[in-house]
Design a protein around this ligand. Structure first.
Ligand code: FAD
Length: 438
């Protein structure tokens, strides 16, 4: 296939989460054709796994501008900008109507999981003719496996489908796979569908992020109805990061989460295991014993692993990609989001240039663009896809004009976000190149 054929092909969007669907809206505005491949049975499949969770950012940060214009042209009215939706409400009130807009519905393939991306007739090593060859996206579903052709690829597959394991070293803890049916990854609905699984049990929650905190609060509520229930919480570092922010957090709901947990701990309703480095799990008398470098947590019935997630890099094995060595984000983005340096969700505005890979025409956007770094925000992803789509449309002026209106987090630790309490100066005192409050 020759160069002139490329522009007749669609732009493939991998994943119909909030950022993938926003990319589709931006493509349509520029007269480019999207082809959206989604593994789940519906759009927003990851959000659907935690429908019950209330988001910490209000509606006004959660709706993409191009998507809003498209929806409003189809009679949609935006919800109250200051209200905090649950993940389910974001799905039902925004993503589902967006996916139903005919131009998007016609471009959407559900139940299609992408396994690999390459270029037509050209493997990773071959350079000649590379940039004019279409992308080939191999994806499978109930209808079999197909190769889809595209002029460019926007990879918005997120990270939620590939959670980090319990092992402190990033490998599954020894015994973790064997005990899989007693471990839930992510945010199970402990007050709803999963209530029976956790009621009355001794539950260990692992992780220091907002997902762990939210699950612990829900478990504490469940424990009020089941007095025999015991809760334990293990984190690799200290808990300053979760407790931080408070009233100073620009996202009020997120600040309150930390304060409520601190109260729970202070009331003695939480057994805490800070600096606990899990290496193995074993069964002892029918209960799980969790072994760490300096001790054990015994007599556990169920574990909730909320230790973050990682991007699935196997998709791009045949493409020329360049990632940060530890974050697995793009190189350019890494210094802005490294959790060793920052704990905030606020990064400098960035767009197609920071997201570009050596493989021209391939971009990872959304949660996947952050690799293993936490704190990705939807508003960041919406600005990313606005810039990337402008670049794909040849409008470099718009593509380079990146702007971002994000709330300050109030937990801007400069160093050792996992360990140290926030210094009084905050991270805004840092040089501009790495400032997270810029
Ligand atoms: C519990 C939780 C709460 C959050 N709260 C907020 C908040 O309040 N505010 C905020 O701004 N951000 C929040 N975030 C962060 C972030 O905005 C969300 O994770 C958001 O869903 C990221 O959107 P995305 O489109 O990049 O990825 P996702 O929503 O993860 O979507 C990825 C999509 O790709 C599909 N997919 C995955 N692999 C494949 C494949 N191989 N082939 C085809 N399809 C595939 C998935 O099924 C999914 O539909 C939260 C995150 C979590 C986990």
């Amino acid at each position: 296939m020759h160069h002139e054929d490329l522009s007749t092909l669609p732009v493939a969007i991998l994943g119909a989460g909030p950022v993938g669907l926003a990319a589709a809206a931006h493509l349509l505005e520029r007269g480019l054709a999207p082809l959206i491949l989604e593994a789940g049975p519906g759009v927003g499949a990851n959000l659907a796994s935690y429908r019950h969770v209330r988001l910490f950012s209000p509606w006004r940060y959660n709706v993409d501008k191009a998507a809003r214009r498209l929806l409003e042209a189809h009679g949609w009215t935006a919800p109250d900008g200051e209200a905090l939706p649950t993940a389910g409400e974001l799905l039902d009130g925004y993503l589902a109507p967006l996916a139903a807009v005919p131009a998007i519905a016609g471009a959407l393939r559900l139940g299609v999981r992408v396994g690999a991306i390459s270029r037509a007739g050209i493997d990773k090593v071959r350079t000649r003719g590379r940039e004019t060859a279409p992308f080939v996206i191999r994806a499978g579903g109930a209808g079999g496996t197909h190769d889809y052709l595209a002029q460019a690829v926007i990879d918005a597959t997120g990270t939620w489908s590939t959670p980090n394991p319990l092992g402190a070293n990033g490998l599954p803890a020894l015994g973790e796979e064997l005990l899989r049916e007693r471990i839930a990854y992510g945010m199970p609905d402990v007050l709803g569908a999963a209530r029976g699984r956790y009621a009355g049990k001794r539950v260990l929650v692992v992780g220091a992020g907002h997902s762990a905190a939210g699950t612990l609060l829900a478990l504490a509520e469940l424990a009020e109805a089941h007095p025999g229930m015991r809760l334990a919480w293990a984190t690799r570092g200290s808990l300053m990061r979760v407790f931080g922010g408070g009233d100073a957090d620009g996202l009020k709901a997120r600040g309150q989460l930390g304060m409520r947990l601190k109260a729970l701990r202070d009331a003695g309703r939480l057994e805490m295991h800070e600096h606990f480095l899990i290496h193995s799990l074993a069964l002892r008398g029918g209960a799980i014993e969790v072994r760490g470098a300096d001790g054990t947590i015994a007599d556990i019935d169920e574990i909730v692993c909320a230790a973050g997630a990682r991007p699935d890099l196997s998709l791009t094995r045949e493409l020329r990609v360049r990632h940060d060595p530890w974050l697995e984000s793009t190189d350019a983005l890494a210094p802005l989001i490294d959790p060793n340096e920052h704990s905030c969700g606020t990064v400098r505005p960035h767009g197609h240039r920071e997201l570009a890979h050596p493989e021209r025409g391939y971009y990872a956007v959304g949660a996947k663009s952050y690799g293993r770094a936490p704190n990705f925000l939807l508003a960041t992803g919406y600005e990313q896809v606005r810039s990337v789509v402008a670049a794909l449309g040849g409008d470099l002026a718009q593509a380079d004009d990146v702007q971002l209106d994000l709330p300050q987090t109030g937990v801007c630790n400069t160093r050792q976000a996992y360990q140290a309490p926030a210094p009084a100066a905050g991270c805004c005192a840092k040089p501009a190149a790495t400032a997270c409050c810029a």
